[in-house]
Design a protein around this ligand. Structure first.
Ligand SMILES: [Zn+2]
Length: 64
């Protein structure tokens, strides 16, 4: 998994509003994508999300 394990504060959507919770960077959110600190978000931009996109039916090419 991605994420450095650093404690971060994230906003999660509740039924009527949003609340702030403390999670570790790399934890999977209820929405399926991982919670990441800003740094890891930059590092991991375009990684696991591509796999999700693929599962959602989007096509993308491996180019090495
Ligand atoms: Zn991190």
């Amino acid at each position: 998994m991605c994420g450095c394990g650093k404690l971060i504060e994230v906003a999660v959507q509740t039924r009527y509003s949003a609340k702030m919770i403390k999670v570790r960077c790399g934890n999977t959110s209820p929405h399926g994508s991982p919670f990441l600190c800003e740094k890891c978000e930059e590092i991991n931009a375009g990684r696991d999300w591509r796999r999700e996109a693929e599962l959602n039916g989007e096509q993308w090419d491996d180019d090495y």
